[in-house]
Design a protein around this ligand. Structure first.
Ligand SMILES: Cc1cc2nc3c(=O)[nH]c(=O)nc-3n(C[C@H](O)[C@H](O)[C@H](O)COP(=O)(O)O)c2cc1C
Length: 163
């Protein structure tokens, strides 16, 4: 993969893409590496930095790894790896070693990522917060009352790799 200028993100990645083209976010701490499919990601500017925020639910196995990680990598996959995207979004790392089972090579550059992804956005975690259940839309509140809230991880985009 080759590194591109962060300002050229839009040429390679549609910031709204995860709605119809989910990505896999990869994360590791000192002990564990895992990945999970994400349909939500917020690209924008915060603290004078270009950011890609991800929303990780409390129930996800990845959550405790995010809490100890310094970086994460949002991996946009090729069409032929749709089954891998599905696998990372339907099976939990608490039950299976998804990276071992998926058949794709994972390499490291600040964060783990798929060597064969079509684009990878590597982010440095600058902060995190949880949604406040008392200050969300009623529809969202009903959902969160049943399952608990998402945590937001605010990541500064530090590197973008493309195939
Ligand atoms: C298309 C799709 C999009 C998803 N988007 C998110 C998301 O943005 N945030 C989230 O917390 N879970 C999301 N999920 C659910 C997780 O990917 C799923 O629960 C996964 O198994 C969690 O893996 P883990 O337990 O190994 O962390 C999504 C699942 C799918 C299939």
């Amino acid at each position: 993969m080759k590194e591109i200028d962060i300002k050229d993100l839009n040429k390679y990645v549609d910031p709204l893409a995860t709605e119809h083209d989910p990505a896999i976010v990869m994360v590791s701490d000192e002990n564990e590496t895992n990945g999970m499919t994400i349909g939500w990601a917020g690209f924008g500017v915060l603290w004078k930095k270009l950011m890609a925020t991800v929303y990780i639910h409390k129930l996800r196995y990845s959550k405790h790894i995010f809490d100890n990680a310094k970086y994460y990598a949002i991996c946009y996959m090729k069409p032929e790896h749709k089954d891998v995207v599905k696998y990372f979004g339907t099976v939990s790392g608490k039950d299976e070693d998804k990276i071992k089972n998926c058949g794709l090579e994972v390499v490291y550059d600040l964060a783990p990522y798929f060597k064969d992804a079509r684009a990878v956005v590597i982010c440095r975690i600058m902060g995190q917060s949880d949604f406040d259940i008392n200050h969300v839309d009623e529809g969202v509140k009903n959902w969160y009352q049943l399952e608990g809230v998402h945590s937001q991880y605010y990541g500064e985009i530090v590197k973008i790799l493309v195939d």
